[in-house]
Ligand binder design. Structure first.
Ligand SMILES: NC(=O)c1ccc[n+]([C@@H]2O[C@H](COP(=O)([O-])OP(=O)(O)OC[C@H]3O[C@@H](n4cnc5c(N)ncnc54)[C@H](OP(=O)(O)O)[C@@H]3O)[C@@H](O)[C@H]2O)c1
Length: 297
């Protein structure tokens, strides 16, 4: 009989639609009977409806509710996964929101930074201890993090992001951004009005910190954690943007999940990538080199 750890367990956050749903599809097809793929969603109705759609396509994901901004929801999922499977092999932090531009600065920035940055940390803090040897963690970031860093921060703020030592340091920097939004002092403090890009930049920096931390411990050395951009993908998140917003055309969700799924399925013993930011399967260390990323290549 297969032991609990023979069956691969994958968890995808924010998976009732868009890129998350497509990642679930792809992982279900990859694993077939040899894996359990959790389609998680903050809304039970929307999550179960998505599961039903996939069942009609012959796929068999499991559903669990998860609001990534709610610690008790995260803990409930963790307890369930521990009890059912003992551990997990793949965690894809995909859940994310765009900016409601009609709101005042702090009101629009806070939920974006909370969901797109702080929730990634909270989910990982809770689920990371369950990740098995050779586990893969994929954080869906964005090239907007690169744009924020390269085009919207001055040299002083760039250096502060480059020199972040640990999670505590990074959290303090992200809170400083939110505090400036709250006080209306972003211009004075030279921050951009770009919560989405700043949150995604935070995820990219945090990914590096996590990879380093995991590689320093014998028990977690085989776990790889990477951040990536799926590309400019046609989903509800980008529906308000013109197709040529970045000078290129929107790609499909099938095309968009190529890099996230590639990272999720890195084989055991792979040398890397680890702690990196990828677009179209290629790593870019834009924090420490002056590499240019061609977003619409
Ligand atoms: N589309 C692009 O071009 C693009 C480019 C770069 C990066 N990304 C990133 O890719 C990820 C997926 O985006 P998408 O384009 O697929 O957008 P989407 O179609 O709007 O899907 C976003 C998903 O996240 C979920 N979500 C939002 N807040 C949540 C919360 N608190 N707890 C749990 N789930 C939550 C949404 O659930 P509800 O249905 O309940 O709202 C939805 O399932 C995001 O992190 C986004 O920033 C997208």
């Amino acid at each position: 009989m297969a032991s609990k750890s023979d069956v691969k367990v994958a968890v995808v956050t924010g998976a009732n639609k868009g890129i998350g749903l497509e990642i679930v599809k792809s992982l279900c097809r990859h694993f077939g009977q040899d894996g359990v793929v959790y389609l998680t969603a903050r809304n039970e109705g929307r999550g179960l409806a998505a599961v039903e759609v996939l069942r009609k396509e012959g796929l068999n994901p499991r559903f669990h509710i998860l609001d990534v901004t709610d610690q008790s929801s995260i803990d409930t999922l963790r307890d369930h996964l521990e009890k059912e499977h003992g551990g997990i092999d793949i965690l894809i932090n995909n859940a994310g929101i765009g900016t409601s531009h009609n709101l005042p600065l702090y009101e629009k920035s806070l939920p974006v930074v909370k969901t797109n940055f702080f929730a990634v940390l909270a989910v990982c803090r809770s689920l990371m201890p369950l990740v098995r040897q050779s586990g893969r963690i994929v954080n869906i970031a964005s090239t907007t993090g690169y744009i924020a860093f390269r085009e919207q921060l001055d040299e002083d703020l760039k250096n502060r992001f480059r020199q972040v030592k640990d999670e505590e340091d990074l959290v303090a920097l992200m809170n400083e951004y939110l505090q400036s939004c709250k006080e209306g002092t972003i211009e004075k403090n030279r921050w951009p009005d770009k919560a989405y890009g700043i949150a995604k930049l935070g995820v990219i920096v945090w990914t590096k910190i996590q990879a380093k931390r995991l590689s320093e411990q014998e028990m977690t050395r085989g776990i790889h954690v990477n951040a990536c951009c799926p590309g400019f993908v046609s989903t509800d998140l980008t529906a308000h943007l013109p197709a040529n917003h970045y000078g290129g055309t929107k790609i499909t969700t099938v095309e968009g999940v190529d890099t996230p799924v590639f990272l999720a399925l890195l084989p055991p013993g792979a040398d890397g990538p680890n702690g990196e930011f990828l677009l179209r399967r290629k790593s870019y260390d834009f924090l420490h080199t002056d590499v240019t990323i061609d977003i619409c290549e």
